[in-house]
Design a protein around this ligand. Structure first.
Ligand SMILES: Cc1cc2nc3c(=O)[nH]c(=O)nc-3n(C[C@H](O)[C@H](O)[C@H](O)COP(=O)(O)O)c2cc1C
Length: 302
């Protein structure tokens, strides 16, 4: 049998397929349909220090080959996550990666301290949040702020740290390098691309928040290109995502340089997509007579 085992820095995964934050709840919501033991990791919905209600509806709209969302980071907050959600996930033989968000460096640092103490397998920083101290500019679109954030968070975390990069920048490899120099173990990319949809009858934006994040197959070629660039220019471990619906899509990311992949929007269409991709990768490796999925990482012939 070919090996699907992979590594993200120090973090060993039984296979390279995980769920993308915000598209799989806290795992509990999908456990009836998906055997969580079969996943490389579950990445949970972004957690903040306090619970958040999110934006008013409408906050999701379908787009050609994708969707636009402005959920507004609704989540149960750190306390409920640690008391209710984490114990549930711990029943399964899969890695638990916690996506976190804050409006200040202090918020992120506190989250990391608590989550490290709770022994989660890794922390993923969502840096697409507004930095309230810096006039609301997202941490992930200002290289200096990103460096400061990752450096502080690194000191507060005793578990592997993954920085989830924003695609809404000119040179994504520069941001990856900044995160690496500040101590991140890996990067995940990409988060959603900022978009807007207008209803021509009412002449109003279709989302209450006006703009939202575009995800799904529509963004896949952009995501694959960014993974390829960051792999080529930094060699950092990468979790690739953006429109992965099938095994072939996941393979594109791996060939471009991703050591693992995350399935996002596909979960809304086909809750079984991630496990189908695990099976599909195994079949692909066997057919191509490749002994380990790691041999394919960055193996695109350019
Ligand atoms: C409804 C929804 C909620 C999301 N929530 C989060 C989140 O809380 N934190 C985060 O880092 N990314 C979040 N994302 C981004 C996804 O994790 C992923 O990076 C992006 O959707 C691209 O992958 P996809 O095209 O496979 O969905 C969310 C995406 C969607 C569609």
């Amino acid at each position: 049998m070919p090996s699907l085992e992979t590594r993200i820095g120090e973090l060993r995964l039984r296979n390279p397929v995980m769920t993308a934050s915000g598209t799989f709840g806290y795992g509990q919501e999908y456990a009836e349909f998906v055997d969580l033991n079969r996943l490389g990791a579950v990445v949970v919905k972004g957690i903040s220090l306090e619970p958040m209600q999110g934006n008013p509806v409408p906050r999701v709209v379908e787009t050609p080959c994708g969707m636009l969302n402005a959920i507004g980071l609704q989540n149960v907050g750190l306390k409920a996550f640690l008391n209710e959600k984490l114990p549930f996930l711990r029943q399964f033989d899969t890695r638990v990666i916690v996506n976190i968000l804050g409006n200040s460096v202090k918020d992120y640092v506190r989250l990391c301290q608590h989550l490290s103490d709770a022994g989660v397998d890794a922390i993923e920083l969502n840096v697409s949040c507004p930095n309230v101290k810096k006039g609301g500019i997202a941490f992930g679109t200002d290289a200096a702020e990103l460096g400061r954030l990752v450096e502080s968070v690194r000191k507060a975390s005793s578990v592997p740290l993954i920085t989830k990069l924003s695609p809404n920048v000119g040179d994504v490899a520069l941001f990856a390098r900044v995160a690496a120099e500040a101590g991140t173990d890996a990067v995940s990319l990409i988060n959603t691309l900022v978009g807007m949809v207008i209803d021509t009858v009412t002449r109003r934006p279709k989302l209450s928040n006006i703009t939202g994040g575009l995800s799904g197959p529509a963004i896949r070629p952009v995501a694959v290109r960014m993974v390829w660039e960051v792999h080529r220019k930094t060699g950092l471990p990468i979790i690739g995502m953006g429109g992965i619906m099938t095994t072939e899509d996941a393979l594109e990311f791996i060939l471009a340089g991703a050591s693992a992949v995350a399935v996002g929007t596909a979960n809304f269409v086909n809750p079984g997509a991630s496990v189908e991709i695990v099976d599909g990768l195994e079949r692909y490796l066997a057919k191509a007579r490749v002994s380990s999925v790691r041999e394919l990482v960055g193996a695109v012939r350019t």
